[in-house]
Ligand binder design. Sequence first.
Ligand code: PAF
Length: 283
Amino acid sequence: MHIFKNKTDLIQFVDGLKSEKKTIGFVPTMGALHQGHASLIVKGLKDNDVVVVSVFVNPTQFDNQDDLEKYPRTLDKDVALLKDISKEKIVVYAPSVDDIYGDNVSSTSFSYDGLEHEMEGRFRDGHFDGVGTIVKRFFEIVRPDRAYFGEKDFQQLMIIKKLVEKYHIPVKVIGCKIYRAKDGLAMSSRNMRLKPNYRMAAPFIYATLKAAKEQFGTKSANKVTEWVKHQFAKHELLELEYFIIADVDTLKTVKRKSNKKTYRAFIAVYADDIRLIDNIALN
Ligand code: PAF
């Protein structure tokens, strides 16, 4: 398996693939790989000749230093998982912060037509500037035909689609279904940091989303939102940061339901000091 630590070598390798007319899939990750990542990579392998997987904990998308420091870094394990999927067709790019940012670890400011001001953008200062900066840089280095993003980070997926559109980046952005543990918890690298009692409590998040979806058939968005807030207020371990029912095109909170629009419910919850997000399609 090819594992690149610096962009110059990867760029040369990609040049070779391009000259052989090989198609390239790209799965950007921050490592601590799990079955959710594996499902994106397997999809990438079906659609492309080669899949580049980046493993990089991007400092500019964290607004919380403690979260950045505690983010799991498990490159050897990650490589083992990738080798189990395919030694020949997967290429790893695991750069250092220096290889990506040099001595200027900062992000560019992006406008995503307002998508960046909702939900995660409101609660995580500068997050989507950091994401846009790193993903754009990766696209320039990897030059993929297709790039795969999980719907767990639905807002991120929309923002990447907007980035590609605005900057005319020739890559097809493909959203992939949320991969869940058997008990319903959405797969996330952060799950491995949950203490056992919090891990046991965490499926409550998806269970509540499913119940909210059912209620949304007959109740107003406001009523459902109040109900969800109440469920979390009663919960002993999980602390709700936000629950929002939004229009999928604008990500703006729904005021009045319309049967011409498509809605999704989004949630962010603290389990101890670990922030978990999830979402569900409502109609
Ligand atoms: O979703 C993630 O893991 C990150 O936001 C990404 C896309 C790899 C950029 O650092």
